[in-house]
Design a binder for this molecule. Structure first.
Ligand SMILES: [Zn+2]
Length: 386
């Protein structure tokens, strides 16, 4: 018997944007690009960046940089992320056919990672890096661009812009070899990079929160990213953590039965949706910004979306959306109703992934959505959803 039990709850790892790529969709996040930018800075540049941050935030001189250094030392047991930059942080950059390869320092100061970006028609179509982040990529679903790959991407764009030449630039690539640099997804200047890394390391915010907040700032987007979002080519999305598991020893027999039933119901709904030709489309935020906010599993078929939302200690709800129109030119989206989701009449919301208008219905399994619901969950719905 396994020592832990799945609860159906999904925890977010990062928030970002999904771009079309070959096979898997490419997931890019402001947090990972900010870490990549930090990686490329040497100690002097980092010091300058944090000086500015201290001045604009009224922080006593030296205090923020000290806090950042200590937080990074604590997290990685090393400060190479802050101390090494430029050619010390990124080495042996070269092209291998259509793949850009670079050796990027590890944050822990250990063996560096060989990061690869496959570039076709001016866009990144595939990434590879042996760092732990790569394990979060889900085959046939998404390809997560890690901070090492972001550092490599930022470096070729920086070199292309600076025109310093291969002797003085970061990558040591010649102008001809920099010509294929794909456009950056985010407009990260020094002030924004400082804000993101400080919030993450010192402020204790999770990558998910940092990236999500960053993407509510319209100046964070590059023009190519804006047009990709406005035309619906790009969408917002969530990378999920491992799903929440509870230690079996702490569970009562009733809880055991409850979570087994949750898993069984989710599996059944997943299968039903796939049978109806809905495609699993990763994870999304539902009831965003409200006390009921949940990370949901998302299924899409044309303009119809189903999202399975399971909160801690609760049975799953289904959210059905009918999307219509073009993506709205709104940066921030929210679904702030404080009415219990299961008690809502159909309403109009903005779908967080596509930023389109969505006729939204919250469905209680068995009651509004035909499926077999185990008895223990039927009791839960009866008791809580009336
Ligand atoms: Zn990596």
């Amino acid at each position: 018997m396994q020592a832990t039990k799945q609860t159906g709850v999904v925890h977010p790892r990062d928030y970002g944007i999904l771009l079309p790529a070959r096979g898997d969709r490419l997931f890019v996040s402001p947090m990972r690009y900010a870490l990549g930018a930090l990686q490329l800075q040497d100690e002097v540049a980092m010091g300058r960046m944090m000086d500015e941050y201290e001045r604009t935030h009224g922080i006593e001189e030296g205090r923020a940089v000290h806090a950042l250094r200590e937080a990074i030392r604590e997290r990685y047991n090393a400060t190479s992320l802050l101390d090494e930059g430029g050619r010390d942080a990124l080495r042996k950059v070269h092209w291998l056919g259509d793949t850009l390869v670079g050796t990027v320092g590890a944050k822990s100061g250990g063996a560096p990672h060989v990061a690869k970006l496959r570039i076709q028609h001016g866009a990144i179509v595939r990434t590879r890096c042996p760092c732990p982040d790569d394990e979060w990529s889900e085959p046939k679903h998404l390809d997560l661009l890690c901070s090492h790959e972001a550092a490599l991407h930022l470096a070729i764009v920086k070199d292309k812009r600076s025109r310093l030449g291969s002797r003085a630039n970061i990558t040591a690539l010649t102008e001809k070899n920099l010509a294929y640099a794909p456009p950056l997804p985010f407009a990260l200047n020094r002030a924004k990079t400082a804000e993101l890394v400080y919030s993450f390391f010192v402020g204790g915010m999770r990558a998910f929160e940092v990236s999500r907040r960053a993407l509510e700032d319209s100046t964070m987007y590059t023009s190519s990213m804006k047009s990709a979002l406005e035309t619906g080519v790009a969408q917002y999305g969530v990378v999920a953590q491992r799903r929440q598991k509870l230690e079996r020893t702490g569970l009562s027999a009733t809880q055991e039965r409850f979570y087994s039933a949750v898993n069984a119901l989710e599996t059944r709904i997943d299968q039903q949706l796939r049978d109806e030709l809905f495609r699993f489309h990763g994870y999304s935020v539902v009831f965003k910004g409200s006390p009921f906010e949940t990370i949901a599993k998302r299924y899409v078929r044309a303009n119809t979306v189903y999202e399975i939302a399971t909160r801690v200690g609760e049975a799953p709800l289904l959210v059905r959306k009918n999307l219509h129109g073009d993506p709205l030119p709104w940066i921030a989206s929210a679904d702030l109703r404080d009415e219990m989701p299961a008690k809502r009449a159909p309403y109009l919301s903005i779908d967080d992934c596509t930023r389109k208008h969505a006729l939204t219905e919250v469905l209680v399994p068995a009651k509004h959505y035909e499926t077999f619901v185990p008895g223990v969950l039927r009791d839960f719905y009866e008791a809580n959803m009336r």
